[in-house]
Write a protein that binds this ligand. Structure first.
Ligand code: ACM
Length: 485
């Protein structure tokens, strides 16, 4: 199989077997990804076999059972570990303990000894990270003895995300689950699910059925063909229609699958731009009142906010995440300039221009989300025209938006295009399937430091972490996103 441009080329490299047999170098030698805080090689090996037993503290039993399921090892009586009990000579132990790294509940210690393997943590998430480290080693060295080592680790950032765009191309739930498995393996804890955009609305909303009966379906399968040929939609059931959507039950299934792997799913409902599919299905929400004329929602029209609040109401029922992503990127202002309702809104609210009109819209939605106990997350354009009071910013157009927001004491997720856009070419373009452009090899991704150098120490705590973005204009099937294991 051709090594393809994909979010998981790093996985392909890791899984290519070049590290076998298991011999430790430094903690950053690539054996474990991400590199652990410390790894001390010790003499000896531990041989895992089908009959190796798995034991666990009661608190980690669900995790131990998951590990048994993944690895096919034997249940040594998970849940039977008792305080003060003597560990048996052999087996893999999940042990709830004090913090292996003081002050960090999510830290873990993975101690591969000649007589047993111990995973210790104060928390379930820490124990999960220990388990995933062990699982990485087992996948890297199938059947081989594991060299003894004492590994201490903790997440440096609390937000470790991947964004999947399912609008440009639609992928089945089975694939989203595969992706979640891979994310868990790499200790990523947030799936940002880009569910709505011009090329197709992808989430069942009971109150607005045309979003899925109509604008979840389009005229051309290949995004580029659709983009270059009028960007039209087709009714569901039309034999020429390409598309699809997730039912609310499927969305819940994905959320539960992710949660069982320590991953939060943050839904993105784009507004006010990138909304061609909304204005085609419900033209009264656009400034022109006609389909296929405006990508932006009309912000002078109160029914736009009724629509958005109805949609977000259903979304919050499905997604328990604290954050709800509202997009906010790349909205044009032209239609608002020529819209009497938008101009009236600008006058009435004392706004200076259309940029402030967008900010008005985002602030209004933030109030709604906050009133429901949720927080607003948006792309860095939400800084323009005034940032909503408690919003968290995703810095994608370089790092400056992130720096600016952090200096204003807002939280930030760093995802600058030059390091985090996995839709770019990841190797010599002549060897790759067509991609959107750019060039982002693995080395560059790994070189990324999420805390911008110019950011004052006192503001650095606002950098919650980083995220890779997989826009899918040029990823028509799941083949390109599957590691070559
Ligand atoms: C973006 O890439 N438009 C956020």
């Amino acid at each position: 199989m051709k090594i393809s441009s994909s979010a998981f080329v790093f996985a392909i490299i890791v899984f290519s077997g070049v590290y076998s047999p298991c011999v430790w170098g430094q903690s950053g030698d690539g054996s474990l990804i991400p590199a652990p805080v410390s790894l001390t090689a010790e003499p000896g090996v531990f041989q895992i076999s089908r009959s190796t037993k798995v034991y666990s503290s009661a608190a980690f039993r669900p995790l131990a059972l998951q590990f048994l399921h993944m690895s096919g090892l034997a249940d040594g009586g998970a849940g039977k570990i008792a305080k003060g009990s003597v560990l048996p000579a052999t087996g893999i132990w999940f042990i709830k303990s004090g913090e292996p790294i003081p002050g960090d509940t999510e830290g873990y210690r993975l101690h591969i000894r000649a007589d047993r393997i111990e995973i210790r943590s104060a928390s379930l998430s820490g124990a999960r990270y220990g388990m995933e480290s062990l699982w990485q080693l087992m996948l890297l060295h199938p059947g081989a003895p594991l060299s003894c080592a004492d590994i201490l680790d903790r997440p440096r950032f609390h937000y470790r995300g991947l964004m999947l765009d399912v609008s440009r191309n639609f992928y089945p739930v089975s694939f989203v689950k595969e992706l979640l498995d891979l994310m868990a393996l790499y200790k990523m804890n947030t799936l940002h699910w880009h569910l709505t955009d011009g090329p197709g609305w992808r989430l069942e909303i009971k109150k607005y059925p045309l979003l899925t009966r109509y604008t979840a379906w389009r005229t051309h399968g290949a995004w580029k063909d659709w983009w270059n040929n009028g960007r039209r939609y087709r009714e569901q059931g039309d034999p020429m229609a390409y598309g699809g959507y997730y039912t609310q039950d499927q969305a819940k299934e994905v959320v539960a699958y992710a949660a069982a792997r320590g991953i939060t799913v943050i839904p993105e409902i784009e507004m006010p731009g990138h909304s061609d599919e909304v204005t085609a299905a419900y033209p009264s929400l656009s400034c022109s009142g006609r389909p296929y004329t405006n990508s932006e929602l009309c912000l002078g029209n109160d029914s736009t906010f009724t629509f958005l609040e109805d949609v977000l109401g259903e979304v919050m029922q499905l997604f328990p995440s604290t954050y709800i992503h509202v997009g906010g990127d790349e909205a044009g202002t032209e239609s608002w300039k020529h819209c009497s309702k938008c101009q009236e809104r600008i006058r009435r609210e004392g706004l200076r221009n259309e940029t402030e009109l967008q900010s008005y819209g985002i602030r209004r939605i933030e109030k709604f989300l906050n009133a429901h106990g949720r927080k607003l997350l948006g792309w860095d354009e939400i800084l323009e025209g005034g940032l909503a009071p408690a919003a968290t910013v995703m810095s994608w157009r370089g790092e400056s938006g992130g720096v600016k927001a952090a200096r204003m004491d807002h939280d930030v997720v760093m995802t600058p295009g030059s390091y985090c856009y996995f839709d770019h070419y990841q190797a010599d373009p002549s060897t790759q399937p067509e991609a959107i452009g750019g060039y982002l090899p693995l080395k560059t991704v790994y070189s990324y430091e999420p805390v911008p150098a110019e950011l004052e120490t006192s503001k650095q705590q606002h950098i919650l972490g980083a995220q890779a973005n997989l826009w899918t204009e040029y990823i028509p099937t799941t083949d390109q996103t599957r590691p070559n294991i």
